[in-house]
Write a protein that binds this ligand. Structure first.
Ligand code: ADP
Length: 162
């Protein structure tokens, strides 16, 4: 049996940083499931179906990557899929505290599940979905942050031009 991993997140929307991580995970594991969270503590701009579609559009052609959505606790979803590795990204020191807390909480909830952290290419380490939405709303050119298909959806959603 191959090694599988789940990469969970909001992906609201997917960015070049996420894509960089998906590719790294696909290189390191036999199978990767990108798991788009239905219920997140964040108010998402895009609904679950749109977020899944966007990830599929930009990463669906990587052979060993699947894109799904899940509801509830990620460890319950992982258990149901019989996958015991979670991938998370570390961009900056600022991610560390929250990510460590979450990884240790998940470990307390299920000691069999390991969180593996991957670092993006330096060029993407400043990218966040939140900031991209903010600058897109102000009509900034976001084509170096997200693929064209995502930029188009952002423009449509926000009613902006660039
Ligand atoms: P969540 O709401 O679960 O934090 P996100 O979609 O914001 O969902 O992020 C999912 C994961 O991807 C997180 O571990 C986050 O740190 C990581 N991530 C987000 N943007 C980047 C990026 N530019 N480079 C590397 N990792 C990233």
């Amino acid at each position: 049996m191959g090694r599988s991993a789940i990469y969970p997140g909001s992906f609201d929307p997917v960015t070049y940083g996420h894509i960089d991580l998906i590719k790294r995970a696909a290189h390191a594991f036999d199978d990767v499931v990108v798991a788009v969270a239905e219920s997140t503590h964040k108010n998402t701009l895009f609904n679950t179906q749109e977020r899944v579609e966007m990830v599929k559009e930009v990463a669906g052609d990587i052979g060993n990557v699947r894109v799904e959505s899940f509801d509830g606790l990620v460890i319950d979803y992982a258990r149901a899929k019989k996958i015991n590795v979670l991938i998370r990204g570390l961009r900056m020191i600022s991610d560390f505290e929250y990510e460590l807390q979450m990884a240790l909480t998940n470990r307390r909830l299920d000691g069999n599940i390991e969180t593996v952290f991957l670092m993006p290419s330096e060029g993407y380490s400043f990218l966040s979905s939140k900031l991209i939405k903010e600058v897109a709303l102000l009509d900034a050119d976001i084509t170096s942050f997200v693929p064209d298909s995502v930029a188009k959806r952002l423009r449509e959603k926000l009613g902006t031009k660039k």
